[in-house]
Every structure is written in C-alpha cells, then in structure tokens.
Design a protein around this ligand. Sequence first.
Ligand code: 5GP
Length: 215
Amino acid sequence: MADVLRPARRGLMLILSSPSGAGKSTLTRLLSQNENNLDLSISVTTRQRRSSEIDGVHYRFIDRASFDQMRQHNDLLEWAEVHGNGYGTPRRDVETSLREGRDVLFDIDWQGTQQIVKKAREDVVTIFILPPSMAELRSRLVRRAEDAPEVIAKRLQNARDEIARWEKYDYVIVNEDVEAAYASVRAILTAERLKRTRATGLGEFVERLLAEPLP
Ligand code: 5GP
C-alpha cells in the first residue's frame, strides 16, 4: 500500500510483567530483536549489575542519589521499589518513540504498570506472564545462577505478591513453552496494532474512499 493510503497510527505501549524467572526477559529480547517499529524502554535501576548484564542495554545502572534526583525532576514516567531497589522508566525516550510513531515495549512490575495505565489507558496494552508452577519458577531462578540464595528466596516470596495482581492485566499467558508464549505475545501485538481506535488516520482514509466515484 502506498504511504499516502496507509492510515496513520498512534504508537502503543506494550507492558510485560511477571515475577522474576517466569521468562519475561527472554520474551522481551525476542520481541525487541524480531519486531519492527518496537523500541525497548531501558529502565534505570539502583540494583547491582549481574555479570551477564550490560549497562545501557539491560538497564542503566545508577546510584540512589541519581535515582532520587530523576524522581524529583519528574524525569521518570513511573518508578517503584522492587526487592529493595529503585527501578524507573526514563520519560524522554518513551515520549520520543511515541511521538515518532513507534511502539514501546516495557519490562516493568505491577506498580509501574498501574502508574502508566492511569496516565494513558487508551495507549497501553498489558500482558502478565505466569510460570507453569512455583517449582518451575524456583528452578529457573536457580538455573540462572546469578543471584545469591537469599536473593532467590526473596524473589520467590515476592513472586506470590506479584502473581496476585494478575487480574489487573489485559492478557495473561502461562509460559510453559517459550515459543508458544512468544507466538501469543506476537498475536496480541498484531491485533492491538490493528485496533480501530489506534488508527488515527482511518476517518480521513474512509472519507477519501467514499469520495471515489464508483467504478
Ligand atoms: P530484575 O531485578 O529481575 O531485573 O527486575 C525485578 C523486577 O523489576 C521485575 O519484575 C521487572 O519487571 C521490574 N522492573 C524493571 N524495570 C522496571 C521499571 O523501570 N519500573 C518498574 N516499576 N519495575 C521495573
């Protein structure tokens, strides 16, 4: 379709939440590597960098003073304390992506999700990823071997609180098999992108269509 005929679309914010270890990071990575027109929001965090993580790719690792300063200056679209660390979404990059017509993907917890939903319900799509069982969640955290045992115990405890929020989400996916879960997330994204209310240029397009003489 020629560009002039393609109705303009408002960017959407796709939020994935889940307890640590439910496979959300893998899904986020697959989406940001394979989907067009989807920018990953890189959060800031005060937590320690894991050995597998790269500053500026997985997170921007900052100290508490910088985090507090960003909060005070309203530089964060949302923020939360998770497992005793500060996490937040820098506002500027998200606004730039949306303004330029790109969608934005977030890997944030339920607290941040609520804040963004409150600000922009029409532009937000939320997905919650559940592990198939608590035993599987635990073994994924242990297999990852990146957190100390006491950190893993804390994360499992917090997982219950996180899972209890499942009903606040638009979609819920049980991640038994990552390929299947990924296919579900893609299907959601495709359908949500096609929603009539997001196609801001549709009215104009239909008007032009109806103005055409009948062949
Ligand atoms: P992790 O330390 O395992 O990378 O992340 C812990 C939790 O913090 C995850 O549930 C993750 O989704 C959440 N999280 C990561 N970045 C943000 C953020 O910018 N805001 C909020 N509210 N939560 C975040």
